[in-house]
Design a protein. Structure first.
Length: 493
């Protein structure tokens, strides 16, 4: 057995001979990279951590086509998602090693020049991570210097090692951007937003970066989570639906895990379906198999298998769901969840590893869900004619004491003010009496002072939640997006 493995490794035949043979039989050229000019621009088309993980190297780019050298032709599909037009060539290990060294050289040159300036080094690191399609960046003190690792498609890979002082400057800069204390032994969490330069496939979608500090024996670790505010087929982003701050973080974190049962809950017309489609859009990739079962198909999702229920032929939600679950899907969305039986089916599927999403109008059904998005829509103030005012005495009393004429209002006003400050929507010293609110007026551009709608969402994961929908309404009233009256309507439902 061992002899056989040795032979497979190429020890008897010689690695080059073996790969040359494979190249011949596939009709693909064989290249030795030490004899080719490796173009630095081509090299960086495939992010280094991916090159390393899949031993695949882009070494020349001409007229939109990239020549890539790899050890195993089957690995080509692992970079499908980069959407490069490629001409594959087989190569040997020596060649891949050489190319990986080139990467290190390019990175070193880039970072050495920047080592004096923490700001630019941090910017470069961030754009390198984004180019590499990383969702997380881990900066950890190591035996010598700072170890930087990226999470790419779920796997944590080493990206580079930086000299200690450069690493410290980068950390300090990220912490100042996220408004964290420079020195602290406690866990801290903050966030900031960046607009990376336009790059292939990503336009210039803003990226929200969540920063967490983790105290460790060798020193503090920094964990960054990068979330593109991606706009997909539906034309919506989670931000444009009204999600922000802690709610958005919680939701992204849940989506990253891609497991469990998520239910969007709210009355008819509260944006549940749009929310679910936006989530599917975020998940949509050639590597995942997504299926939906719906009463009516409102959006067409490329790459997803969408089924419409037809009760007249016995294709009910539950029947469709049972059929779907017999096939092999990674993600299944149910448009209308309206019975305990459906929830039970979905829970069972989630336990078997299918990521289940659904929408329901019945709030009593969300009990078994791992993530609940409770949503409402309120009217959006017309930005052309809204009239500013500060809170009236009785409104103020209610806001400040948390108990007004209607103590059952279900909102914690202190929590709303704290959230406004945390997200920099108002400055730290402000009190309710200082805040500007707006009333509808009316102009030729709107309907009695309102135009369109704004979403209010509460995201509950494992019992943990942020602002509830009423508090969200007040948050958005303080941002001038809606009026206090509209927010109050949610409380009266
Ligand atoms: Zn108006």
């Amino acid at each position: 057995m061992e002899r056989e493995l040795d032979w497979l490794k190429g020890d008897m035949l010689g690695e080059d001979e073996m790969r040359r043979g494979a190249a011949r039989s596939l009709g693909v050229p064989f290249v030795i990279l030490s004899r080719e000019d490796i173009s630095p621009d081509a090299l960086t088309l495939i992010p280094e951590p991916l090159s390393r993980a899949h031993t695949i190297v882009a070494y020349r780019a001409e007229d939109g086509t990239v020549e890539v050298a790899l050890l195993d032709i089957a690995d080509l599909e692992k970079i499908d998602f980069l959407k490069l037009k490629t001409k594959p060539r087989l190569t040997n290990r020596e060649s891949v090693k050489l190319a990986l060294l080139q990467y290190q050289k390019i990175l070193k040159e880039k970072f050495a020049a920047l080592s004096q300036r923490g700001v630019e080094a941090a910017d470069s690191l961030l754009s390198h991570a984004l180019q590499s399609n990383a969702t997380h960046v881990h900066l950890e003190p190591a035996a010598a210097g700072m170890l930087v690792r990226y999470r790419i498609r779920g796997a944590l890979v080493e990206a580079m090692r930086l000299p200690q002082e450069v690493g410290e400057k980068i950390n300090a800069h990220f912490k100042s951007l996220a408004k964290l204390f420079p020195v602290s032994t406690a866990f801290q969490e903050g966030r900031f937003k960046v607009s990376p330069p336009a790059q292939a496939g990503h336009n210039d979608e803003p990226v929200s970066v969540q920063v967490r500090t983790v105290p460790g024996v060798r020193g503090e670790k920094l964990h960054l989570r990068l979330a593109r505010e991606k706009q997909g087929q539906t034309g919506y982003t989670l931000e444009s639906l009204g999600l922000h701050g802690g709610q958005l973080e919680r939701l992204h974190e849940f989506l990253d895990k891609r497991e469990g049962l998520l239910l969007a809950c709210g009355p008819r017309g509260s944006g549940k379906t749009t929310t679910l489609y936006t989530l599917l859009d975020l998940l949509n990739s050639p590597h995942l198999s997504i299926a939906t079962i719906e009463n009516s198909i409102e959006f067409h999702l490329p790459l997803a298998a969408q089924t419409r229920v037809r009760p007249e032929i016995g294709l009910t939600i539950d029947a469709g769901l049972r059929a779907l679950l017999r096939t092999d899907h990674d993600v299944v969305m149910v448009g209308d969840v309206n019975s305990r039986d459906t929830v039970a089916l979905m829970q069972a599927a989630a336990k078997r590893g299918v990521f289940m999403l659904g929408a329901t109008e019945d709030s009593s059904l969300v009990e078994g869900a791992d993530c609940v998005i409770n949503g409402r829509l309120v009217k959006k103030l017309c930005q052309h004619c809204k009239a500013a005012y500060t809170l009236l005495r009785d409104e103020l009393e209610m806001f400040e004491t948390g108990a007004g004429p209607d103590a059952s209002v279900g909102a914690n006003f202190g929590k709303v003010l704290a959230a406004l400050k945390e997200e920099d929507a108002v400055s730290q010293e402000k009190q309710w009496k200082d805040l500007q609110f707006y009333k509808p007026a009316g102009c030729e551009k709107c309907d009695n002072g309102y135009k369109g709608y704004v979403g209010l969402q509460e995201v509950i994961v494992a019992g943990e939640s942020g602002l509830n929908v009423i508090e969200e309404g007040l948050f958005k009233a303080a941002q001038g997006l809606t009026s206090v009256e509209e927010a109050a309507k949610v409380a009266q439902e």
